[in-house]
Ligand binder design. Structure first.
Ligand SMILES: Nc1ncnc2c1ncn2[C@@H]1O[C@H](COP(=O)(O)OP(=O)(O)OP(=O)(O)O)[C@@H](O)[C@H]1O
Ligand SMILES: [Mg+2]
Length: 523
């Protein structure tokens, strides 16, 4: 299967030449889709040329994922046409689309966590001999393939043991491992940091040079300029426009995305520093030489009213620090002090009882119950408490859900809407909404704006600032270093399962400088 990426693609001409001589790889026209009363797509046009990287942009709930799912055979359209290389086609299933070379990496990962990377890559296409899977060949093939694609993955690593971003890379490798003519990436970099992002970009550039058409969904607008040839912007299920990337500015893109009544948020924050550094006081949280399977002696202090950022590469231990505090990961030795008292936190419920709240990185594994309503999801950490009040509970949890929907501008028909029916960014806001009232005294935020659009990102920053102004302290992990510089008072640099350096944000010149500090800290 090595080299199969180039499979049926016969030409190596660039996108510009091909645009004239060949029909688009895919052309969608007048595509309409309703979910009940929600008008998700209102007659959308989209076309993809061979060899181009076409960015698909829009706010949370704009209809990007729906559009992708329709041509990938996952959802039926209500009306409209889809042409593939000039022929009208509608895939009846995801498998049919995959067989025709449409590979999609969805926002929600689809790996089997208990299996190895190599097994996941070959799930549908294991090399067999006499009906049995040849284990050794499978791993060797996977290794060769990963090397060719330049993806730094160990084929024998078990997916569940991989940090989230590596799971994302595995998902991408899986998509590339079959015959591919169209590759769709729905927010592939949402949890990758800059160095890691480049690995993915290289893979994308390589595959587009081979003539594959790439559709790239992202909320990180800088990526659009680094990677794409054209951009299509959707708003409220309708086309705003399709542009050559070289013809638009960041400002124009933001304007197109948020629309005339938008929040006016800019793609890049203008002022980095927090307006007024909060008063520091008693330590709320102290870690003293904390060790376990992933941590090698973490020392860290968070003062009352303080916001501390954890900066580091994938696998450095940032998430594991949060998990160890929140009772999701056993602490083998060392001390965890909350409000100066030595505590043993063995489960999240204890951490919540001590005033901590976690917004996890992977909202599907840990953050949300997809089958439950927004209301139940927002009420989750205190269901037990609310149950006490019988009927009152319902009214209170509905009010809380309503407040979360309004406060975070969650796009949803009602508080009873199931989380599964929300767009990805709105799901993230629901996870956040859980901690908005009452606010925990210690917020643990892991990539808080993953998958959140430019306007909503500002809203989440505002929520964090308000929580802190009301007395909360926060520990924030983010691979978006600009975000860390904007939100935090101090930065702790994490490498090799330890905090190797701590500095006030005022000592860091800019994002580039912090990036350098993080890189130099690597063991
Ligand atoms: N299975 C579903 N059932 C009901 N409504 C849905 C379903 N899937 C999506 N929707 C609704 O359709 C609209 C478009 O959602 P979609 O997931 O396409 O947005 P998106 O542009 O991908 O947003 P995001 O950037 O947040 O991922 C939203 O209002 C969403 O709530
Ligand atoms: Mg989406």
């Amino acid at each position: 299967m090595s080299g199969s990426v180039s499979g049926s693609i016969s030409t190596s001409a660039g996108p510009a030449e091909q645009a004239v001589s060949t029909p688009p790889l895919i052309e969608l026209e007048g595509v309409v889709k309703h979910f009940g009363n929600v008008h998700a797509l209102r007659g959308v046009h989209f076309d993809l040329r061979p060899g181009e990287v076409h960015a698909l942009l829009g706010q949370n709930g704009a209809g990007k994922s729906t559009l992708i799912k329709i041509f990938a055979g996952v959802l039926d359209k209500d009306s409209g046409t889809i042409h593939i290389e000039g022929l009208e086609t509608a895939f009846k299933s995801a498998a049919a689309a995959r067989a025709a070379g449409v590979a999609v990496v969805y926002q929600e990962l689809s790996l089997v966590p208990s299996m190895r990377v190599a097994d996941n890559l070959y799930l549908a296409r294991e090399p067999s001999r006499f009906g049995l899977v040849n284990r050794r060949k499978l791993v060797a093939d996977a290794r060769r393939f990963l090397e060719e694609q330049g993806l730094p993955l160990n084929p024998t690593a078990r997916v569940e043991h991989l940090p989230f971003a590596y799971r994302q890379l595995t998902e991408i490798a899986k998509a590339l491992s079959g015959e591919v003519r169209v590759l769709v990436l729905d927010e592939p970099t949402s949890s990758l940091s800059r160095g890691e992002e480049e690995i993915l970009f290289d893979a994308v550039r390589k595959i587009s040079r081979q003539g594959v058409g790439v559709i790239y969904v992202t909320h990180r607008l800088e990526e659009v300029f680094k990677l794409s040839d054209r951009v299509t912007v959707l708003r409220d299920g309708a086309n705003v426009g399709t542009f050559a990337t070289s013809d638009v500015t960041m400002e124009q893109l933001v304007g197109a995305i948020v629309g005339p009544s938008g929040t006016g948020a800019s793609g890049k924050p203008e002022s980095y520093k927090r307006p007024s550094p909060s008063e520091t006081g008693q330590p709320v949280l102290e870690l003293v030489d904390v060790r376990n399977d992933r941590l090698n002696g973490v020392d860290l202090v968070v003062q009352a009213g303080e916001v501390v950022g954890l900066a580091g590469m994938i696998g450095s231990g940032r998430t594991e620090i949060l998990e160890s505090i929140f009772g999701l990961r056993r602490i083998a030795s060392g001390k965890l002090l909350i409000d100066g008292e030595n505590r043993k936190v063995r489960a999240p419920i204890q951490a919540i009882g001590l005033g901590a709240g976690l917004v996890p990185e992977d909202r599907h594994l840990q953050g949300l119950v997809l089958d439950h309503s927004i209301e139940r999801n927002v009420a989750l950490p205190r269901l037990d408490r609310l149950d006490f009040f019988g009927l009152f509970r319902q009214r209170e949890s509905k009010a809380r859900a309503r407040a979360a929907i309004d406060g975070l501008s969650i796009v949803a028909p009602s508080t009873g809407t199931r989380a599964a029916e929300l767009s990805g960014g709105n799901q993230q806001k629901v996870v956040f909404g859980r901690w908005s009232d009452p606010t925990p005294r210690l917020l643990l935020l892991d990539e808080p704006t993953v998958g959140v659009d430019v306007g909503a990102r500002e809203q989440i920053y505002e929520v964090v600032r308000t929580m802190v102004a009301n007395g909360a302290s926060a520990l924030i992990v983010s691979s978006d270093l600009g975000e860390l510089l904007m939100l935090t008072d101090r930065i702790a640099v994490v490498a090799g399962g330890r905090v190797v350096d701590v500095m006030p944000v005022s000592e860091i010149r800019n994002e580039e400088h912090l990036h350098q500090i993080v890189q130099e800290a690597q063991p």
